[in-house]
Design a protein around this ligand. Structure first.
Ligand SMILES: [Ca+2]
Ligand SMILES: [Ca+2]
Length: 229
């Protein structure tokens, strides 16, 4: 009996000792387990003290919400473009990652033409035998094809701007092709060629000017233009 009692006491003492050494951690484990019971943490998150600790890029009580990052913080959009979800949304006239590339217009429209200067004489001789002032009209050609003929301004006086608007606007459908404005003095039999200017209406590096100024051979012509895409 005495032997059995001694053994029993010894086992009890060992149990107490065991409890004394590891009891705190075990209690903490149990507490944690109780606090985190039923708590689900998503996206590799884990539970501490009854709350989810989330991994990078995730937030929310259960780590189910992606962290909102301002994807546009470092994005620069040019020419009136704006950033949406990290990418530039460009106006119709520009493209490219930063809206820095001009889109070639489908059509360039000439809305008004002003002749600001023309040669006052035909190599020293008056344009017309009577009065001298030329009766000016002009054509616009694409290559050899005439696409526009203006009205005639009788007795055009040098030194003042002459506005042509009849038959305008004129749509130029190949704005990257070479065009020519050619002026004539309208005469009774054969019209008197005055001279012309050749130009390419559209440039991919000019940022869509609304005025094209053509100057050559004594002529100064201003084209007021707009663009369609
Ligand atoms: Ca003439
Ligand atoms: Ca004439």
């Amino acid at each position: 009996m005495a032997k059995g009692l001694t053994l029993s006491v010894l086992i009890s003492a060992m149990a107490l000792s065991f409890s004394g050494c590891f009891g705190t951690d075990k209690k903490e484990d149990n507490r944690q387990q109780a606090l985190c019971t039923g708590i689900i943490c998503l996206n590799a998150g884990y539970c501490v003290n009854g709350a989810c600790v989330c991994t990078a890029n995730w937030t929310g009580a259960d780590c189910s919400q992606p962290v909102q990052v301002n994807q546009c913080a470092a994005v620069v959009c040019l020419n009136g473009g704006y950033c949406v979800n990290g990418a530039c949304s460009c106006p119709t006239s520009y493209s490219g990652p930063n809206c820095g590339t001009q889109v070639t217009p489908r059509t360039m429209r000439i809305n008004r033409i002003t002749l600001r200067q023309f040669p006052s004489t035909d190599a020293g001789t008056a344009w017309d035998p009577f009065g001298g002032a030329p009766d000016i009209f002009f054509t616009i050609s694409m290559g050899p094809t005439v696409i526009y003929t203006s009205n005639t301004v009788q007795d055009a006086q040098g030194g003042q701007s002459i506005v042509f608007s009849q038959g305008l606007p004129l749509d130029i459908n190949s704005p990257t092709a070479s065009h020519t404005v050619f002026f004539y003095d309208e005469d009774l039999t054969v019209n008197d060629p005055m001279g012309g200017l050749t130009f390419v209406p559209y440039s991919n590096a000019s940022n869509f000017p609304t005025m094209l100024n053509l100057v050559a051979g004594g002529f100064d012509v201003l084209l007021e233009v707009s663009y369609a895409f």
